[in-house]
Design a protein around this ligand. Structure first.
Ligand SMILES: [Ca+2]
Ligand SMILES: [Ca+2]
Ligand SMILES: [Ca+2]
Length: 718
């Protein structure tokens, strides 16, 4: 590093700079060089923060049209893919079943109207595209083996039936998110000779048609790509069976040169590039570096926005795509959305990583607006099963600031308790605990309380509301039960939380306390939006208890949500920002009163939740003051900016930076949850640059103060 570099660990807390209230609309820096207050911004809320999602596997939800169960194919299940007795094949659920009569007043309507009655505002459905019906000893009922992404799979219904589903969703005011796959297609290509184990690039580089070695990543940011030849360019010479030579749509995806052709990911040894270039369990791994592929995938998926007005995408296997892909593909999707009159189309991507440091890094590096929050799933599972303490959950949420950028933060993450790959929360509850009967049910209720009352965009998996668990290892196909009467014997006798095994009955007519609780929680989120999208500040995490404040910033009203996962009652004292007021429970008649310092003594019964609303508003804060310090965060190789601010008010801090010598400040991100922090990645800003950083505090009354700038010379931290 250059001579101007200095360590930042020693940059101590700087003196507070009291500026008082800055006039909104100020456009230039003050004479001292401090940032102008008009740069202050609110903490980001994505277009889906506040929504409550349910995830539906269309094939397993409801059969509205038995005529399409074989997908128009003739033959036995090995051709049609239809075998309702097996958990590996199509079962008959379809768009028509999910649409139902679209009448929320009709309690016998079990389509979208049922999900609406439960309070869900959005549905994520499995990929609806034409899949390879049968592959090996399983069928494409789940949707992740596409052949044609321009049409719906005939097993699920016609274009008209899909349009009817979308029309129903619009009528009910619900959003529909399609699951899209950009990493791979169905497994059509086989190597011409030999094995399919992964061959590293170092052993056999990619070669141009002329035989010259090259790295596709060198072309992954431009629109040109070398000409390739199947026999010359790949680790394996690809072979496309004649019967499927034109099966893929868009047609360009039939060309073998549009794939990596490097063999299967070896899950036992693969770290790094092999995860992106290898075939995911044999599925043809697309050459996503190739601009032709980027465009084809954008055009095909974008057409669903124009044609059907879909509301967003869940993006499958995003970790396995080259790192530059989304910075090229998402702008094309955005353009399609703008053209369709739906600007700002939201997406959330699957990056299966359980460390918040790693997940946040991938999300920001890949320029993804949101990801599925696997670390929170793990933290919530640990807490509600009593295997991890409230302290562990508090430490988990303490990592939330890592997701903050000028356009993203943890409030936009998609949260869930389990899924169709890892298994259901019901399975985890039955395997991780010894709870039975009402104690088990109470843990399931607690899990949904936690999911729906903490930050993020919650997704409830279909069937969890009726206490479905899982057989065998509880994962993958074992977690994809039918809502309609099932022909799978293992599912008929399977344990249900809060009720008897379903037998040959229908899950739609089963009454469930979990379903009733979800309705209550969604109702609370709708009546008190702070519970869905308000700032979340951790207040307590010890033993079996976790508590947080949620803030209604407009009304200056604080809420407290407290969860006791212990099998014993708990008495805890929780700090709040609202002293000497009554706190009313929103679910029963309980009342508590905070003391002069804001401390709130709570009594929680075993395995229960309190949702409290302060009667009084936040007190008027003193004149704002703020300072900023900079430390090196070696866990992530970033600089940690921390704003210090005395008192207990619930405000927002905007972090800003500028190149040293420039007069132009840029917003890095805003944080509305104490402690106020921003993780600055030198790689993203440009290592070796000398910059100034500063913090602007906006208190709960809207008064502003800016800190003195701090000089930092950026260097790579690892
Ligand atoms: Ca059907
Ligand atoms: Ca890939
Ligand atoms: Ca924070």
């Amino acid at each position: 590093m250059g001579a101007g570099t200095r360590g930042t660990r020693g940059v101590a807390v700087l003196l507070a700079c009291l500026l008082g209230s800055l006039a909104v609309g100020a456009t230039s820096a003050s004479a001292s060089g401090d940032p102008p207050g008009d740069l202050a911004t609110s903490s980001v809320r994505s277009p889906i923060t506040g929504d409550a999602f349910t995830f539906v596997m269309t094939d397993r939800y409801r059969d509205g049209n038995p005529a399409n169960n074989t997908g128009g194919l003739t033959g036995d299940y090995r051709v049609t893919g239809y075998l309702p007795e097996s958990d590996a094949y199509f079962h008959g659920g379809d768009f028509a079943g999910l649409t139902g009569n679209c009448d929320p007043q009709d309690p016998s309507d079990h389509g979208l109207a049922r999900l609406k009655r439960m309070g869900f505002t959005a549905v994520w459905i499995t990929p609806p595209f034409v899949n390879r019906a049968v592959q090996g000893s399983s069928a494409g009922y789940h949707g992740y083996w596409f052949l044609d992404i321009t049409r719906p799979d005939p097993h699920l219904g016609t274009e008209a039936e899909f349009a009817a589903l979308m029309a129903c969703a619009r009528k009910l005011g619900m959003k529909v998110f399609l699951d899209v796959v950009v990493n791979h297609t169905a497994d059509v290509i086989t190597p011409q000779v030999g094995f399919t184990s992964y061959i590293p690039i170092e052993a056999k580089p990619y070669r141009t048609a002329a035989g010259k070695p090259f790295d596709p990543w060198a072309y992954a940011r431009g629109t040109s790509f070398p000409a390739l030849r199947p026999k010359v360019s790949f680790a394996y010479v690809p072979n496309v069976p004649a019967a499927l030579a034109t099966a893929k749509v868009p047609a360009v995806l039939n060309e073998a040169i549009r794939y990596h052709n490097r063999g299967d990911i070896d899950w036992g040894s693969c770290v790094g590039r092999c995860e992106m270039d290898g075939d995911f369990a044999g599925l043809d791994d697309l050459m996503t570096e190739d601009w032709t592929v980027v465009q084809a995938l954008a055009q095909a998926y974008g057409s669903w926005i124009a044609k059907y007005q879909v509301d967003g995408f869940r993006i499958d296997t995003a970790k396995h795509v080259d790192p530059a892909f989304f910075s090229r593909w998402l702008p094309l999707i955005d353009s399609a959305a703008v053209a369709a009159g739906k600007p700002g189309l939201p997406t959330f991507a699957e990056i299966w990583l359980e460390s918040p440091v790693a997940l946040a890094d991938q999300m920001l590096d890949r320029q993804l607006p949101s990801v599925l929050d696997f670390p929170t799933q793990q933290a919530m599972r640990g807490f509600v099963t009593g295997r991890r303490t409230g302290g562990a959950l508090a430490l988990h949420f303490d990592e939330d600031d890592r997701y903050t950028s000028a356009t993203t933060n943890a409030y936009g993450l998609a949260t869930f308790l389990g899924n169709h790959d890892m298994g259901r929360i019901g399975y985890f509850l039955t395997t991780d605990t010894r709870a039975e009967g009402s104690a088990l049910l109470e843990r399931a209720l607690l899990a949904h309380d936690l999911l729906l009352l903490t930050r993020g965009v919650p997704i409830v998996m279909y069937g969890d509301e009726v206490g479905m668990t899982g057989s065998g290892d509880g994962r993958d196909r074992q977690a994809r039960q039918d809502m309609f009467p099932t022909a799978v014997t293992a599912w008929q006798g399977q344990e249900r939380i809060g009720g008897p095994p379903i037998g040959t009955g229908s899950s739609f007519t089963q009454t469930s306390e979990i379903e009733a609780r979800i309705r209550t929680l969604n109702d609370l989120r709708s009546r008190y939006p702070a519970l869905a999208s308000g700032a979340q500040v951790t207040r307590y995490g010890q033993g079996g208890v976790f508590a947080a404040s949620r803030l209604d910033a407009t009304q200056r009203r604080e809420f407290v949500v407290a969860f006791n996962a212990s099998d014993e009652p708990a008495s805890v004292s929780v700090p709040t920002a609202t002293p000497e007021t009554t706190w009313q429970s929103l679910t029963d008649d309980a009342r508590f009163r905070s003391g002069p310092g804001g401390e709130l003594a709570l009594v929680l019964s075993a395995r229960s939740t309190l949702v409290l609303r302060a009667q009084g508003q936040l007190p008027v804060p003193p004149a704002p003051q703020v300072s900023v310090s900079v430390d090196e965060d070696f866990a992530s190789g970033t600089y940690l900016l921390t704003a210090q601010e005395p008192g207990s008010d619930l405000g927002t801090v905007t972090f800003v930076s500028r190149p040293t010598g420039s007069s132009q400040w840029t917003v890095l991100g805003a944080d509305d949850a104490r402690p106020y922090r921003y993780y600055l990645d030198p790689g993203r800003l440009g290592a070796g640059r000398r910059i100034q950083v500063a913090a602007i505090l906006t208190d709960s009354l809207g008064q502003r103060a800016a800190s003195k700038p701090v000089n930092v010379t950026l260097k790579p931290l690892f």
